[in-house]
Design a protein around this ligand. Structure first.
Ligand SMILES: [Zn+2]
Length: 186
């Protein structure tokens, strides 16, 4: 099961799904969703699956390899940096990448090296492509402060704020209506 599918949301289009996947490895205790980067074993499982899917899409070669405890720290840092950038709160440090010809003779990104550096190059490369073609503005983090879910907004006017209006949206509406009632009776 992918990190994104745990939230019952659709994956973002193209390689941006890898970016969304990484953000969605976060735990959400109220929903019983655990951290997919919680242990080295968890991180190995997640990177194998997520990177495997991305490589099918991107035709890139190489990969993260076997995650160590040191790399687990790096993976979590990459996730945090990505979330900050998604929330408009930070920019990444310089990230090396290479361009090469794919099987269709079109250019593609090829992350250099291995380990977390390889994944960082893949992830930030996809962020760059999404920022250039307009998909980036539709990748959002749920407005519920307890829910870190990254979802891709396919609504016509790009107006969604909850990953699921029936869960996170309902909790927020309930809270604000209670607050209004309290204010009205005080
Ligand atoms: Zn949510």
């Amino acid at each position: 099961m992918s990190a994104t599918s745990r939230f019952l949301v659709e994956p973002a289009p193209g390689g941006l799904a890898l970016v969304q996947e990484l953000v969605n490895t976060r735990p959400v205790p109220p929903y019983g969703v655990r951290d997919l980067l919680g242990t080295v074993a968890d991180a190995r499982r997640w990177t194998t699956e997520a990177v495997g899917s991305w490589k099918v899409h991107s035709a890139a070669t190489g990969g993260v390899g076997r995650v160590t405890s040191v790399e687990l720290v790096g993976l979590r840092r990459l996730r945090r940096d990505l979330e900050r950038h998604l929330l408009g709160e930070g920019v990444p440090r310089p990230v090396p990448t290479t361009l090469t010809a794919g099987p269709d003779d079109l250019l593609r990104l090829q992350p250099p090296g291995s380990g977390v550096r390889w994944l960082a190059s893949a992830v930030w490369g996809e962020v760059l492509l999404a920022q250039r073609d307009g998909r980036w503005d539709r990748l959002k983090v749920c407005r519920n402060p307890l829910c870190p879910c990254a979802f891709f907004d396919r609504s016509r006017n790009n107006s969604r704020v909850w990953h699921d209006v029936r869960t996170c949206g309902n909790v927020a509406n309930l809270r604000s209506s209670r607050a209004r009632r309290r204010a009205a009776t005080s």
